[in-house]
Ligand binder design. Structure first.
Ligand code: HEC
Length: 169
């Protein structure tokens, strides 16, 4: 949100992520390449881009840093103030929409930026990039996106080259 927490991302050695976040926070459009470019290159989230071991790591990280608001079963819940509501992150109302509707025409890079720059709500960008990527693979798993054999790398250009498309793609 504010620049102090944003700056922490520079220490990850991933300036691309910091740049992407800066652009997102600045309210300008998503970083290049776009999902359309990624689609043109043919790689989508349905190409078994993460491993089961990775989503299991993501689940553990999620339970530590996210589950107390979004619930361990991802069903979402009200915050302590009874006003704010942590949205469901899986199931029929995932992301107050559906997984595919919320993230369509974006890349996995966009999804990681969106989450890393805003969550955990009380301390955005506080986790290492690799933990955000692992958590995203856990969210993919719970939203019906199948696992493969290899990990999704915590690498900006790789993440930006994988498009999120409808399952029927
Ligand atoms: C203190 C409670 C809290 C914690 C901890 C928390 N969230 Fe959230 N989250 C929220 C609330 C509330 C929202 C609704 C949007 C908002 O108020 O910013 C939200 C929204 C979201 C969204 C929807 C964003 C969108 O643009 O559609 C995602 C995805 C998400 N959180 C993921 C996570 C992940 C992953 C973690 C752990 C790294 C996490 N959250 C930790 C409270 C929390």
């Amino acid at each position: 949100m504010t620049s102090p927490s944003n700056c922490r991302l520079w220490s990850f050695g991933a300036p691309g992520i910091a740049l992407g976040l800066t652009m997102a926070i600045g309210g300008t459009s998503v970083p290049l390449p776009s999902a359309a470019t990624a689609r043109a290159q043919g790689r989508t989230v349905w190409d078994r881009v993460y491993s089961r071991a990775q989503s299991a790591r993501g689940e553990a990280a999620y339970k530590l840093s996210c589950g107390y608001c979004h619930k361990d079963d991802l069903s979402g819940g009200f915050m302590d103030d009874g006003v704010g509501r942590a949205v469901p992150l899986a199931g029929p109302h995932a992301f107050n929409s559906t997984f595919e509707a919320r993230w369509k025409d974006q890349t996995l890079g966009d999804m990681v930026y969106a989450i890393a720059s805003t969550m955990p709500k009380e301390s955005p960008t506080s986790l290492p990039l690799s933990a955000y990527v692992d958590i995203v693979t856990f969210l993919l798993d719970r939203n019906g996106v199948p696992a493969g054999e290899t990990d999704l790398p915590a690498d900006v250009s790789t993440l930006r080259a994988i498009a999120i498309t409808p399952a029927s793609h």
